[in-house]
Design a protein around this ligand. Structure first.
Ligand code: PLP
Length: 432
């Protein structure tokens, strides 16, 4: 299997090139040429496999021809090494907890797998690889943890000074070793602009091997398909299974579409968003109108121009009637989201974070019309990551897991910089 660009199917590259480059030069997105069906026997007998074994079989099916089995197994064992349990609210509503990794968000799956794959393909290279990543909070933490102590790879994380939460900042700035945090006096968009300009700078790229850990890298999507199988395995009732995905850039949902293409019997998908509703609007009207994002309490989903929409279109040949049959869209405002958090707590004694709550509301709405379905909500982050809003909504203390709590007392280490590309470039050339 090679990968093509969504902008030009004739532009095909190997997995190595797609992973190390991240983006095709024509600004499209890499897509697998073929997503083959897994054997029915595997799907029917998922309960015989551990999560890591499922991850191995699924990845072998997608990228096995590029990587010898033993190496692929090592990559899986080093990255997919925490659980993804399903917790049932009642007989028809279940929560797939994706926050048991080091940074407490589902992004750990993608970031860790990508880190392993990049360092695998980078082996034997003389020059170190420098990964640039701009973050508004969550991505940086997962990427930092994923690449921590990876030989031959350095990571530079740019984040907007004063605009990420204290614990998020500590996730970026306390690891040390091969991870460096640059604090930009500006916004997230400024950080992203500096990263983009770096990739376009020929002079910079001729002296440093740069790569991107952005969510558009195909290596982040592949592992996100694993947990759809793992969730399905855990369900007692496997009839009419519906996955409800709180979405921003739609990577998680796209990975679910991959799982369905590989033969997992998924009855339907629900795309759940906050007020940034361009995809639900498209599903409803057929009109796709990206626009600037607005700020919400489910801020990891504040995306106005979802990057993976191009991949969704590619999978469905841009045919609205067909995509609509597989995916329904719903969106909710912050006031509803707060109600959702409260309702899940009061009714089911479960603490759901604001992103998951958007998913809960969407599933509830869908099940009014489709009562005999069996819904799984992807819980994308641990509620303690949003402790201020959570405590404000629930009026109770939220438990902070140890791996997050220990960060409080760690010393922050960052390079503070003006929002200026030339300064950043000089700093990079001087240090790498
Ligand atoms: C990134 C993120 C999302 C959005 O995921 P996409 O794959 O971009 O749609 C949702 N919830 C949380 C907590 C996230 O960090």
């Amino acid at each position: 299997m090679n990968l093509y660009s969504t902008k030009n199917k004739k532009h095909v590259v190997s997995l190595k090139e797609a992973v190390l480059k991240g983006l095709p030069p024509d600004n499209g997105l890499y897509m697998p040429e073929r997503i083959s069906q897994l054997p029915k026997e595997f799907i029917d007998n998922l309960s015989d496999y551990t999560f890591a074994e499922i991850a191995f079989e699924v990845s072998k099916n997608l990228i096995g021809e590029y990587i010898p089995e033993a190496d692929l197994k090592t990559i899986i064992d080093k990255s997919i090494n925490f659980p993804a349990p399903v917790v049932s609210l009642n007989d028809s509503m279940h929560i797939l907890e994706l926050f048991h990794g080091p940074s407490l968000a589902f992004k750990d799956f993608g970031a860790r797998f990508m880190a392993q794959l990049m360092s695998y393909f980078n082996k034997g290279e003389q020059k170190e690889l420098v990964i640039l990543v701009a973050t508004s909070g969550d991505t940086g933490g997962a990427v930092a943890a994923g690449f921590y102590k990876t030989p031959g790879v350095k990571v530079v994380i740019l984040y907007p000074s004063g605009k990420v939460s204290m614990l998020q900042e500590k996730q970026l700035t306390t690891l040390g070793e091969n991870i460096e945090a640059v604090e930009i006096n500006g916004t997230f968009d400024d950080c992203q602009a500096i990263v983009k300009q770096s990739f376009l700078d020929k002079e910079l790229n001729s002296s440093i091997r740069l790569s991107s850990a952005n969510s558009i890298n195909i290596a982040r999507l592949i592992p996100q398909s694993f947990y759809y199988f793992e969730a399905y395995k855990q369900l007692k009732n496997k009839k009419d299974v519906v996955f409800c995905i709180p979405s921003g850039n739609f990577g998680n949902l796209t990975a679910g579409l991959f799982a369905k293409k590989m033969g997992l019997p998924i009855h339907h998908f629900i795309a759940a968003t906050n007020a940034n509703d361009v995809v639900p609007e498209y599903l409803f009207s057929g009109e796709y109108q990206p626009r600037p994002s607005v700020r919400t309490i489910s801020n990891a989903m504040d995306v106005g121009s979802p990057s993976n929409f191009a991949r969704m279109m590619d999978l469905y040949g841009s045919t609205w009637n067909i995509i609509k049959k597989d995916i329904s869209g719903y969106f909710f405002y912050d006031e509803e989201t707060r109600q959702g958090v409260k309702e899940v707590y009061d009714k089911f004694n479960y603490t759901i974070d604001p992103h998951g709550a958007v998913g809960y509301l969407a599933l509830k709405e869908y099940q009014k019309e489709n009562p005999n379905t069996n819904g799984v909500i992807l819980e994308t982050a641990h509620p303690s990551k949003f402790i201020d809003d959570m405590e404000d909504i629930l009026k109770t203390d939220i438990h902070i897991p140890e791996r997050l709590a220990v960060l409080k007392s760690k010393k922050k280490n960052s390079v503070l910089m003006k929002n200026n590309y030339i300064l950043f470039k000089e700093w990079l050339l001087g240090n790498y």
